[in-house]
Ligand binder design. Sequence first.
Ligand SMILES: [Zn+2]
Length: 434
Amino acid sequence: MTIRPNFPPGGLRLLGARVPASLADGLAAGAADPSSGLVTMEIGIGPDGRIGRPSQGAPAIDLAGRIVLPGFVDSHVHLDKAYTVRRTGFPKGEGSALLEAVTLSMADIPNRTRDDLPRRMERGVESAWRHGTVAMRTHLDTPDEPARSLSWQVFDELRARWAGRVALQGVALMAIDRADDAGFAERCRQIAGLKGIVGVFIPPRAATPARLDALFRHAADAGLDVDFHVDETLDAAADGLEMIADSIARTGFSGRVLAGHCCALASKSEADLDRILGKVAAAGIHVAALPHSNLFLQDRSAGRAPVRRGMTTVRQMLSRGIPVHFASDNVQDAFFPYGDFDMLEVLRSAVRMGHLDDVGAWIGGCYGSSVAATGFAAHGRIADGAAADLVLFDAQDWLDLLSLPHSDRIVIRAGAVLPGPASALRDLLSMEFA
Ligand SMILES: [Zn+2]
């Protein structure tokens, strides 16, 4: 599918674009408004679809101060589980809702067939693309050999099909005890052969120093980055993240490490939190806060209202300089039965759950962390020479951006406007009232 049919041959000038100054590399002519972090500027798009100089006489559009963001980078999703909640049902909140969701999801594995997987995974990537996502990292349940995994075969085809539209990375997700297996080194070699990342789910109290050290040594030998699901609980005793930081210090692991969830930090004492965040900062760990699945699963208990929110200590991480960002995680599955891979919706939830109202102060670091944690280096900036991958909103400040649904947003990829989503409802009405 071409996405450049409407691209003016000489390029385009977007006047009066309001952009976070922290995301506009060297382009902003004026000073940013100190309270919002936004700067009003012209974005030039060259004939090659990159940010730069358009030809003389190229059309100019005045955005009159509307917000423009770089295309979204979504660092943590589960395409293999997406849109299965009508099959799995909901966790009831009897005991750990997370472990209930794991059980429901595992019972659905026989339904993940050669026919089913590509259909749902394609739907997820297409939805993300239409919402303005340019790069996405998905976990893929990989209990058995990665090289023989149907999910990985389907993902490999998906990644090739979407190249140039949504850059895709795959994470081979398995439980931490796999690191004990004699075949773990071979498993890591297979993941490297698939250009994947090793993904580790750490159930409560399952981490040990020996297991983590073995994991990091094998990952280093195979040249793999590591991506964790860790401390996805409000139990203050959960110590997976601290053990990861300690293991990095012991092994000297130098690959990228991304830690998802880290909810338990919100239950720690001030002294424990201070100690752990110090170690996380020293180890260079990136944190992915996942507001939707945390809001749904944490503090879920049948018959009573939730009290705690579940999201990790983003505010304290920001003040310690720890790189932290947000991601979709689960979409319409047993872990989160709502959503549709819309990163604006994720940001909106994060701001409201985490009291992160000063968006202009952290949005640059948020994009920066999602790029640095994954290595999607070509994305996430409005910079001279970068692909003109932009999302335009009918909003002139953060309040409007985070209050309205923005289903009318305009997604520009390599300078050209994506086709709007199909609307069966609109088609129906136009037929009825024609
Ligand atoms: Zn996840």
